[in-house]
Design a protein around this ligand. Structure first.
Ligand SMILES: NC(=O)c1ccc[n+]([C@@H]2O[C@H](COP(=O)([O-])OP(=O)(O)OC[C@H]3O[C@@H](n4cnc5c(N)ncnc54)[C@H](OP(=O)(O)O)[C@@H]3O)[C@@H](O)[C@H]2O)c1
Length: 266
């Protein structure tokens, strides 16, 4: 049995993951963390997720939530996941980070923790999206700069980062396929008289609204034809299942920073 702590237990992803953890024969939910002041504090995490009680109380104290855990799953906020990583590093608790939108300093915290513990960092944990990332690199290598690359992502109105971590991951994969880096070819905003599109540019466009779970579209617009790679998440179950695949995979690994492509052997 693997003891697993859920960090961000009261969030959309936390509530999608807890029931899967509860029904897993090889995983035991050993701790649940939410924000100070969260109305979920003191509640049973099972009841919070709409399933029978699990005798695990939601706490705002990270040390309590991590007590006895061998792996922690983090779906919180960038700053919070960076401090959770520091804690896990000190405790020797492996970590799966699904949180997106880290800045350079927070990213460095995760890299530092990964010197102590195995840490999976993945902006999208779904099997389908990670396959799409592999296909993006393949397609960008095959289709030269005659094909203009554009990436579109659509998400719910409460998403706080744009473009999504997944859209940036698709852009980085396409840039790798073209033998360059995303930083040197990305175009994040267009407005007014833009002039003609630069060859080799990778353009981004974003939709935020309603309760859209997540849609990603990668377009190769070429002379006389267009190729599109599309992924649509109908609900959060694909991300949640992926988080558990990563949890089982990371336990007992040597320290290091791993991606979902490592986990899925892609
Ligand atoms: N990798 C993937 O596959 C994937 C999939 C979906 C989402 N995500 C990312 O995962 C993150 C969470 O997404 P979500 O939709 O679950 O968001 P959410 O519903 O806002 O959940 C975030 C949770 O973190 C909690 N939190 C905030 N501060 C905290 C603290 N100091 N200690 C402990 N918990 C704290 C929040 O509590 P309060 O509500 O009390 O503030 C909330 O429960 C986002 O970065 C999102 O982009 C990744």
């Amino acid at each position: 049995m693997l003891n697993v702590a859920m960090l961000g237990a009261s969030g959309r992803m936390g509530r999608a993951i807890v029931p899967l953890l509860a029904e897993a024969a090889d995983l035991r939910l050993s701790g649940a963390l939410a924000a100070p002041g969260d109305p979920a504090l003191g509640q049973d995490v099972g009841l919070l997720a709409g399933i029978p009680a699990l005798a695990v109380t939601v706490t705002a104290d990270p040390a309590t939530a991590l007590a006895g855990a061998q792996v922690a799953i983090d779906f919180t906020l960038p700053a919070i996941s960076a401090s959770n990583a520091r804690l896990c590093g000190g405790l020797g608790c492996a970590l799966v980070v699904g949180t997106t939108g880290h800045d350079a300093a927070q990213r460095e915290e995760l890299e530092l923790a990964a010197r102590e513990i195995p840490l999976v960092l993945a902006p999208n944990m779904s099997l389908g999206v990670n396959l799409l990332i592999r296909l993006a690199e393949l397609a960008a290598r095959a289709l030269d700069e005659q094909y203009d690359i554009e990436i579109f992502d659509a998400h719910h109105r409460n998403k706080v980062d744009a473009p999504s971590g997944t859209a940036l991951g698709l852009g980085a994969a396409a840039a790798r396929g073209r033998g360059t880096t995303l930083e040197s070819v990305a175009e994040y905003a267009r407005h007014g008289h833009t002039g003609v599109r630069d060859r080799g540019q990778i353009g981004f466009s974003v939709l935020r609204g309603g309760d859209i779970v997540g849609e990603h579209r990668l377009v190769f617009a070429g002379p006389g034809e267009q190729v599109e790679l599309v992924h649509t998440a109908q609900d959060r179950s694909g991300f949640a299942r992926g988080a558990l695949v990563a949890t089982r995979w990371v336990a007992g690994r040597p320290p290091g920073l791993y991606s979902m492509l490592d986990v899925l052997g892609l």
